[in-house]
Design a protein around this ligand. Structure first.
Ligand SMILES: C[S@@+](CC[C@H](N)C(=O)[O-])C[C@H]1O[C@@H](n2cnc3c(N)ncnc32)[C@H](O)[C@@H]1O
Length: 318
């Protein structure tokens, strides 16, 4: 096992210990969905008829990549937070490369499997320098090594911003801004508010792919942290929280049970009906995105919205 894996394992174990010991609500960060199996399951989710989000994101990038690139003068480096397989990013790389003599692309992702797919997918679109790291650690590494006199276009697509707690979004965006130089660009893909039933169905498909994605979090704890969770004793649960305007995904314990996590030498008890909160997906309005831009030190340049599936690409300048 590499030193990097050991480091990640121990932070995974620490986060399981903290999240599963919270007496108010057990939780675990959505970043732990994405081992190799979780990344493949996420790709399957993007193909579901109920999950219109990725198709809307892709449509907008395909239709408006040329216009987006026309704003991004002097860009020779594109970086992406949580790139996944990077399929949609081809549209942007092709458009930006028309005015760049040499284009580099740095996808940042915690999933080594997703980054390997991304390299295969986009090897012919730019010089790829993947960074396997957390969003901001990866960004810090990239800006530390960047050359002078060229601008950076940073992408944060797929509404991953919605996975952050609403109270943390502003601070996160300020931190992103602090890594950029004046004249750099930030393209944010964000899912917009829509009909509640449509939003619920997007995270609770009848084929059970999203349920498998959610349950894989426990399977991953079993595999990597030597635990004995009985996956059949937990169910996928999706809620709409209208106060926070977010979809929440939970894993619901079907009975009173205890799971042992070998790596922690600890057991965790679950009551019937008790849940582990695994993901939040906040939904936004166009005005709210503009407010976030200004409050975190960006100038909003333009936003493009999809009308089939309300979703927006917002382009900001640092
Ligand atoms: C919902 S998928 C989106 C993938 C792609 N951007 C898209 O729009 O389809 C989230 C991606 O971000 C990665 N990810 C999640 N949390 C992360 C974190 N804290 N730091 C870096 N990558 C993260 C996951 O591994 C996954 O590939």
């Amino acid at each position: 096992m590499s030193a990097a894996t050991q480091l990640q394992l121990s932070s995974f174990a620490r986060d399981v210990a903290a999240g599963f010991s919270d007496p108010r609500q057990k939780y675990l960060s959505a970043r732990y969905f994405y081992d190799d199996l979780g990344s493949v399951l996420f790709e399957a989710i993007t193909l579901l008829p109920e999950y219109g989000l990725t198709r809307a994101d892709e449509r907008l990038l395909r239709l408006h990549a040329g216009e987006i690139a026309s704003f991004c003068t002097g860009v020779s480096l594109v970086a992406e937070l949580g790139s996944g397989t990077g399929k949609k990013t081809r549209n942007i790389l092709q458009a930006v490369s028309k005015s760049a003599s040499r284009l580099r692309y740095s996808p940042i992702d915690v999933s080594a499997g997703a980054l390997a797919c991304c390299e295969r997918e986009l090897f012919d679109a730019a010089e790829i320098e993947p960074v396997c790291a957390d969003w901001l650690d990866g960004l810090a590494e990239i800006v530390h090594n960047r050359v002078r006199n060229s601008s950076l276009l940073l992408l944060f697509l797929g509404s991953s911003i919605g996975n952050l707690d609403r109270s943390c979004i502003q601070d996160f965006l300020r931190r992103v801004r602090s890594y950029l130089r004046p004249g750099d660009f930030f393209l944010l893909g964000a899912d917009l508010m829509k009909n509640t039933d449509t939003m619920l169905a997007a995270y609770d498909d009848p084929t059970g792919v999203t349920a498998a994605f959610n349950l894989n979090m426990l399977a991953r704890i079993n595999r990597e942290l030597d635990a004995d969770f009985d996956l059949r004793a937990f169910a996928h649960e999706v809620r709409w929280n209208s106060t926070e305007r977010r979809i929440e995904m939970h894993l619901l314990s079907g009975r009173e049970q205890t799971a042992y996590v070998g790596a922690l030498e600890a057991s965790f008890a679950f009551q019937p009906g008790e849940t582990i909160w695994t993901e939040s997906s906040h939904k936004f309005t166009l005005c709210e995105l503009e407010d976030y831009a200004r409050a975190s030190g960006f100038t909003p340049l333009k936003a493009w919205a999809d009308h089939e599936w309300p979703f927006a690409e917002a382009l900001w300048k640092a």
